[in-house]
Design a protein. Sequence first.
Length: 236
Amino acid sequence: MNQDQLKQMVGEAARDEVLKLPSGQVLGVGTGSTANCFIDALAPHKEHFSGTVSSSNATTECLLKHGFKVLDPNDVQVLPAYVDGADEIDLAGYMIKGGGGALTREKIIAAMAQQFICICDSSKQVPVLGNFALPVEIIPLARGVVSRELEKFGGKVGLRLAKNIRTDLNQTPSEPFVTDNGGWILDVAGLQISDPLTMEAQINQIAGVITVGLFAKEKANILLVSNVSDVERIAL
Ligand code: 5RP
């Protein structure tokens, strides 16, 4: 079984999970290839939800293509669930996210939601976060000062370039990758994140940081994780 099939399996499991929610509510939808599998699986059941809130321009495009209603988050008061992938998830449900560059809107929608349903394959499960470089979205003019502050955590800081990412946006490969919010992303490699809640709070305090892709306060509540034999459901 290849990784695409594992993503498809977990996308279908997430569809079954959210269809247990009472109908007529709004659903939060994440960003990335696993979230896209979830959208594909849910599309035939879209009438179950009164609408969706989207975590990125790419997801909005995908939802609209499938005929989902996409709402302005400002018009939504109650969001029972948010479904999204992760780049890494630990045993407590703390995550690194933002490999696709959508971390800020993902965190906003996660903060609105009553439960975060994380969907991934078992390659994303780790004992300690940090093998995947931690994305930090920043205000571009703060690149220098934020980089120096992030280096104090012991990792190697690199500016994310448009190369290989979101080619649909026609960004020049050697230029900085620009997020949906006009921010840049610093990726911090080589961290061992033993206390995600503290590190998230500390990085959030740095002037010029928009969002850190450490989801500790907004951790996963339910993990659906696919492996070669099945999809496991873990309440966190
Ligand atoms: C995007 C994200 C994604 O959820 C994360 O990168 C996982 O993506 P994929 O499902 O394609 O592996 O945080 O900003």
